[in-house]
Each structure stands twice: as C-alpha cells, then as structure tokens.
Design a protein around this ligand. Structure first.
Ligand code: PLP
Length: 365
C-alpha cells in the first residue's frame, strides 16, 4: 500500500520546504473563540471596501438566468465593457479571477524553472509566493528607507535569467506610487514590467495609457477594492497585444465565473455610484491619517495613496497592539518581517470604524 511518505516523495521538494502564504481570514473565522459576533467585527485587515458593491450588482446577480451555462471562454462582453471603461481596445485586455490569478497566468507564460523574478519588498507577498510555486527564483531588491524603488539596484540585479519585475503602485503595504520615469527606466531593461494597480482608483495614478507604447509593459487591475467585489474574484490586465494573445491561449478556458462577470459588467455600468464610494474612502483616509498623527503619539502613520495606511509603532510593541485590538473585535494587519518590524497596516473603513479604532488605540496606551 502507498504510504504518506511515498506520496511525499512525489511532491516537488522545493514546495515541501516552501513557507505557506499568510492570507487574511473572513470575519466568521476571525471571531472563532473570541465570543464576538461576526457582524460586530471591525475588519480593517484586508484592504476591502467597507461600502460593498453597487446595489445594481446585487440585482443583476439575482436576476441572471444562465448560471447553468459555462462562461464565454473569450470573455467578450466583459472585455468590451472594460475596453470602453479604460479606452483601449479589447486586444489589450484579459480578465482573470482577481489579480492573483493574472499573476499566475503571467508567470506560467514566462518562467522556466530557475528563471528569476525581481520583487521589491516590502510589498504584496503574492509575487514571491507564486514565483516559488512556478519554480522561479525570487530576487529581492529592497525598497529604500522612504519605500521608494531603488531603480539602480534593480537594474544591477538583472541577469540573463531574469524575466519579470513586479511593482505594486500604490504599493501594498507602504501606500506610495512608482513614478513614470522610474517605470520607464525599468522598461528599458527589456524585461516584462508588471505594474500592479490594485489601488489605482484611490490614487488616480495609472500607467494604463502607456501600454500601447511598450511591448513589455503590463498593468494589472482589480474589482476587489474600488468596486467592492473581493469575494467574487475578478480582475483584469492590460497587456501588449502579443502577450495578451498568449495569455488567452494558455489560460483556463472558463477562468472567470459568470457571477463575477455579471458583477463586473454591472459595476462598469454604475461607475458614478462607485466613484462616490471611492471619494468617501479617500476622504476617510485623510481623516484617519490626521487623527493617527495628532492623537496617537506612539505611532507614526505613512502617507498613502491606497485605501490603507501603514503605521510604525515607535513606543511599545506592534504585535501587542495588534492583539489588543483583536480582543476588542478590531482586526488590522501585523507584519512579522524584518523590513516591516514594528509596523501595522490599517485599512480605511467607514467614519465610525475610524472613531472606534482611535478610541481603542487611546485605551491601549
Ligand atoms: C497590490 C495588490 N495586488 C493585488 C491584490 C489582490 O487582488 P485581487 O483581489 O484582484 O486578486 C492585492 C490584495 O490585497 C494587493 O494588495
């Protein structure tokens, strides 16, 4: 009989050694064992949208009649709607189950075992995690003290095996954007440069319009944040046409489910409503920043162009703060990495979430 050990021998050894991704949990799991009701949770740990999706999305989901039919493998209706939204033709666009899946498809297209991927920490963990899963080698080029990109160091790190550079802009968790000259310099390397714009609707900064001018610039976008659809898993990328064609060829034919497709199309029909929620979140980001800066003296907030604020605990212990907030039903993100030592990331919530958070932080210290 085959034993568990026999099976282990069949598994890729580097995956056995690999560290698992630390993903965030939904409210009903967060509250297990705490005695706090899931609906009472103040969830500021996942950069989700506290206002949820457009009400029109909910109606469209309930009335959609074809859940028993497979989705369009060419994603035509969605790509056409996206084409109108961004102003580039459908040949540049591929949709996926969130940016996470698009990162995967891009890596599966580009990487042979041992090929290198440049990652600029502190940043979103998915780039290094998925590179390892795809048998690539992660080359970390640390950001500078102020979290800006160290472009000369990135260029120096490039060698014959390097295929792709991932840059989040605004960067998660630091909140700053990459500048156009920086990105242009990276594009000069000839590598595929992926700009992850998960939060660009909150910053108003985008590289989308530069895509047709470069054969190596990729921009990834999502409906998870500005459109409040994180649970439905829907994102898209704007690619040079050659890359888009290969991605359409190699992706899973039904990679986005019909519910996600319906919700995304409906969101694009209700952009004015969603712009209203973006405005509220941006205003609340500024209010949260000001209150943290003025009222919580043991913590330094970093300016952010996303829907979250990174803070450094300068007196006390970040882990303890995180735990004490948890006990009060307030969940924020704590980082256990050397470059983010003493840091906490707070998602921008509704005004009442800010008020509850500030009151709790005052109680803690
Ligand atoms: C920079 C960045 N990119 C992508 C994602 C994930 O996007 P999606 O939900 O579309 O997979 C996140 C989520 O937190 C993120 O911070």
């Amino acid at each position: 009989m085959t034993s568990d050990q026999d099976i282990q021998k069949l598994i890729r050894p580097e995956l056995i050694k690999m560290k698992a991704y630390a993903a965030i949990e939904p409210p009903e799991i967060l509250v297990r064992g705490t005695g706090i009701a899931a609906e009472k949770v103040i969830k500021l740990d996942g950069n989700e949208n506290p206002y949820g999706c457009s009400p029109k999305v909910l109606v469209a989901l309930v009335t959609y009649p074809y859940y028993h039919i497979y989705p369009d493998p060419e994603q035509r209706e969605l790509r056409e709607a996206l084409s109108k939204y961004i102003g580039l033709d459908t040949g540049h666009i591929v949709a996926g189950s969130g940016i996470d899946e698009l990162i995967d498809i891009v890596l599966s297209l580009l990487l042979q075992p041992g090929d290198k991927v440049i990652n600029c920490p502190p940043t979103f963990g998915m780039y290094s995690f998925r590179t390892e899963v795809w048998a690539g080698k992660v080359v970390n080029v640390q950001r500078r003290q102020d979290f800006s990109l160290d472009v000369p160091a990135i260029k120096k790190a490039v060698d014959k095996r390097t295929k792709v550079i991932f840059i989040a802009s605004p960067n998660n968790p630091t909140g700053n954007v990459a500048t156009e000259p920086e990105v242009a310099e990276l594009l000069d390397t000839g590598l595929v440069v992926v700009i992850d714009e998960a939060y660009s609707e909150f910053s108003g900064v985008t590289m989308v319009f530069s895509v047709p001018r470069y054969s190596n610039l990729v921009v990834l976008r999502t409906f998870s944040k500005w459109a409040g659809l994180a649970g439905l898993r829907i994102g898209y990328g704007i690619f040079p046409k050659v890359i888009a064609e290969y991605l359409m060829k190699i992706k899973q034919p039904y990679n986005i489910n019909v519910a996600a497709q319906v919700a995304a199309i409906q969101s694009l029909k209700d952009v004015d409503y969603l712009r209203g929620t973006i405005k509220k979140i941006v205003a609340e980001r500024e209010r949260l920043f000001n209150r943290l800066e003025k009222e919580i003296k043991w913590l330094i907030p970093y300016p952010s162009e996303g829907n979250f604020i990174l803070c450094r605990v300068v007196k006390g212990n970040a882990r303890t703060v995180h735990q004490q907030l948890r006990q009060r039903g307030i969940f924020i993100r704590y980082f256990d990495t050397p470059e983010l030592k003493g840091c906490l990331r707070i998602t921008v919530g509704k005004p009442q979430d800010t008020d509850a958070l500030i009151a709790a932080l005052k109680e803690i210290c």
